[in-house]
Structure formats: structure tokens, C-alpha cells
Design a protein around this ligand. Structure first.
Ligand code: BDR
Ligand code: CA
Length: 316
């Protein structure tokens, strides 16, 4: 059984990523590293602990990662993130407090240790900024080749971004860190807006979660409905909301959900010209062999129906 580490800015779709990783028995979730982004790093960690508790999982450790981007000394939540994920990151839904606390070990050291321990058996899924992975690579460069596979949610190659016309939110938070990852990390798959915006969940599915009659079903339906309403009110989509982060988990486990193209990418970060946070093919390396892939198509029907089945199992 492969081991999986999630690196989350929990976040509503990050919450779905936790549920998916817990539900899929093909992997063992061995830890969650907390990131900033949709909310602050401490809130994200507490959300992850409380969500695990809600799902009846009280043995997966949660670690604290970096609090802000690699080039700034503080972080403020973007107003748009608060509209989409709520002030507490999980759609203003109140969850019972987990009896557990975050681990003392830092998220960066946990990742480095796990990379050495599990090597090819480790699947790493970052669904927030790439600050933690870049920090781990800086501290121990062997991490870049040791991790079995990294499947990240972030970036946009063939469609516009969701923060600027060129930039997706996770990459926008820390383009310098993302560039280190794209240039150094081997066995990397980018699951960007190209594919995640094609996977929408609607209130028809959340009604089925609620109908289970469990606390987990009710709470997940509440937070997901907040996110679907935000998509509607902000005119992002009138029917449903994107399953960004759980799609990255699914692809990490079963790559056949998407069609990828081999592509070495890098990330722009020129503040002066405003060309900041684009995920773009490296023209010098286009014809060179690479272990980096960009997902460009997704089997929407198969993914959404498998996602829903796993959710119904784990929320029951
Ligand atoms: C990504 O940004 C975050 O808001 C979401 O959780 C997702 O990881 C989408 O651009
Ligand atoms: Ca996220």
C-alpha cells in the first residue's frame, strides 16, 4: 500500500481532499502538513484536525508548515478566498474540536523524513502554495528525487487563471517557491485549472450526503453548499463548484483519470512587469526527456461518479 501525505490550506475543497484520501483504501494517509492560503496556517491545521475527527480518524498526525510565502514576512488572506471558503476556511461551519493537537515536529522535517523512509512508495499531494515543498528541497535537495510521485493542484496552462488572467491561486501565493518545485522536483504531475474546472459538484450530490443522516454527511453538505453558493454568487459557475483538490488526490492514486502531456514547466515571477505566477512550458527543454507532466484532459463523468461513491462511503 502506497503512503500519502497531503499538504493543505484547508479550505473547503481541501476538506474534500482529506475525505477522499481517507476513503480510498488504495493508499494510507500518513500525515497532513498545514499551509497558509485559503486561511492562516494555524486555522488550516485546526480545520484538518477537526475534519479528521469528524470522519472518525484520530491517528493521522497534522504538522505545521510555513506561515507565509518564501519572499515575504507575513500573509493576509485574500478577500476572494474569504468569499469562497468563509472566514474560518470551511464555510463558517462549526465542527467539534478534535481532542488532538498539532505535532511538535515541523511539517518540513516530517516531509524530509518521510521522503527518506518511503521513497518510491510515497505520494505527495500539495493543494495549497508550494512553499513547504520548496523549503524541504532547499533544506535537503535529495527530497526532489526521493519522493515517489508529487501530484499538485495548481497552475493553469490552457485556460485563464482564477486570480489574474494568468495566475491560479496556489501558484499566485508563492511563485518563487513554485518555480523551485517545477524546476527541481522529479515525477511531478500538475493538476491545474485546465482539468479541475471541468469537475463540478452540484447540490444534487450534497443532498445525498445530507440524506445519509450522519453528522459527517450533514457537516460536509453544509460546507460544500457554502462553496457552491459562492461559485453562484461570484458568477464563477451557476451549476456547481470545482473539485480542485480531491481531483489531485485521485490522480495521485490513479493517473488514468486524466490525460497528460510531458512538459518541463517553470513559473514567472517578475514583479516589475507584473508577469507573476504564470505556469509555462520551458522552451529550452521542450524536446528533452522529462518526468514532469501537465494534465490537460479529464474523464469528468468517471471521476465525479467515483468521487461521489467514495464520499457516500466515508460519510455514512
Ligand atoms: C486552489 O486554490 C484554493 O483556493 C483551493 O483550495 C484550490 O487548492 C484553486 O485555485
Ligand atoms: Ca487548496
Amino acid at each position: 500500500q502506497k503512503k500519502m501525505i497531503l499538504d493543505l490550506d484547508t479550505g473547503i475543497d481541501d476538506a474534500l481532499a482529506i475525505a477522499y484520501a481517507v476513503a480510498d483504501t488504495n493508499v494510507e494517509l500518513i500525515g497532513i502538513i498545514s499551509s497558509y492560503g485559503n486561511t492562516y496556517v494555524e486555522t488550516s491545521a485546526q480545520n484538518s484536525l477537526n475534519l479528521l475527527h469528524l470522519l472518525g480518524v484520530d491517528d493521522v498526525p497534522v504538522f505545521i508548515g510555513e506561515q507565509h510565502s518564501s519572499t515575504t514576512d507575513h500573509f493576509d488572506v485574500m478577500p476572494i478566498s474569504q468569499l469562497i471558503h468563509g472566514k474560518n476556511g470551511i464555510g463558517e461551519v462549526e465542527l467539534s474540536q478534535s481532542p488532538r493537537l498539532v505535532e511538535k515536529q515541523s511539517g518540513i522535517d516530517f516531509l524530509i523524513e518521510a521522503a527518506h523512509k518511503y521513497t518510491d512508495d510515497l505520494i505527495f499531494i500539495p493543494t495549497g502554495p508550494l512553499t513547504n515543498l520548496a523549503a524541504a528541497i532547499e533544506k535537503d535537495p535529495t527530497v526532489a528525487t526521493l519522493i515517489g510521485h508529487t501530484t499538485l493542484m495548481g497552475g493553469a496552462l490552457t485556460v485563464p487563471g482564477n486570480v489574474t488572467p494568468f495566475t491560479e491561486a496556489n501558484i499566485h501565493q508563492d511563485p518563487e517557491a513554485a518555480d523551485i518545485v517545477f524546476q527541481k522536483q522529479t515525477n511531478l504531475t500538475m493538476v491545474g485549472l485546465d482539468v479541475t474546472l471541468r469537475t463540478l459538484l452540484t447540490k444534487q450530490e450534497t443532498a445525498q450526503w445530507r440524506a445519509l443522516g450522519t453528522t459527517a454527511g450533514e457537516k460536509f453538505a453544509e460546507l460544500m453548499d457554502f462553496y457552491i453558493d459562492a461559485y453562484f454568487n461570484l458568477n464563477i459557475d451557476k451549476k456547481g463548484a470545482a473539485l480542485h483538490d480531491p481531483l489531485a488526490v485521485a490522480v495521485g492514486i490513479d493517473a488514468s483519470y486524466v490525460t497528460t502531456i510531458p512538459l518541463t514547466m517553470h513559473v514567472t515571477y517578475d514583479q516589475e512587469t507584473g508577469d507573476y505566477g504564470r505556469t509555462i512550458g520551458d522552451k529550452e527543454k521542450l524536446l528533452q526527456p522529462t518526468t514532469s507532466q501537465a494534465a490537460v484532459l479529464v474523464d469528468t463523468d468517471r471521476f465525479v461518479s467515483d468521487f461521489q461513491q467514495l464520499m457516500l462511503n466515508v460519510l455514512a
